[in-house]
Design a protein around this ligand. Structure first.
Ligand SMILES: [Zn+2]
Length: 135
């Protein structure tokens, strides 16, 4: 029998977005997703002490609502890029193409127009997210 940790509650998107704005306004720059989630949870607990939120949801919301300027560190892997779904924000990415001298084009990889992530034909794995206040 699995028992839930008692008394946690899931805040609305609106409440999380507010908490992200406040955290960024306080800090200016937050140099990891884990740190941003911690700061957001602290803000949320001022609304309701039982509120909590997952790191990924904070990232997705910050990107989706354009609440932060995002910088993504990534490292190369040997795995082929197998999907055009952005691993950072889950939007569909566009092909990066290069025109050839023969008048055709070759695929070089994918780029996400929503969050700025890009990958070559070998997948780049995101390793760190840096969030900062928008200008
Ligand atoms: Zn993306």
């Amino acid at each position: 029998m699995i028992s839930h940790p008692m008394g946690y509650k899931i805040p609305s998107d609106e409440e999380i977005a507010d908490a992200i704005k406040r955290a960024l306004a306080r800090r200016g720059v937050v140099n990891s997703q884990r740190k941003l989630a911690e700061l957001v949870r602290t803000e949320l607990k001022t609304m309701d002490p039982d509120y909590t939120v997952a790191e990924e949801r904070v990232r997705m919301l910050a990107i989706d609502r354009g609440l932060a300027k995002l910088s993504i560190n990534a490292r190369d892997t040997l795995t082929r890029t197998s999907s055009n779904k952005c691993p950072v924000c889950s939007k569909r990415m566009k092909h990066i193409k290069n025109l050839t001298v023969y008048g055709g084009s070759v695929d070089l990889g994918y780029r996400c127009s929503k969050c700025g992530y890009w990958t070559g034909l070998k997948a780049r794995r995101p390793t760190r997210y840096i969030f900062s206040l928008k200008d």
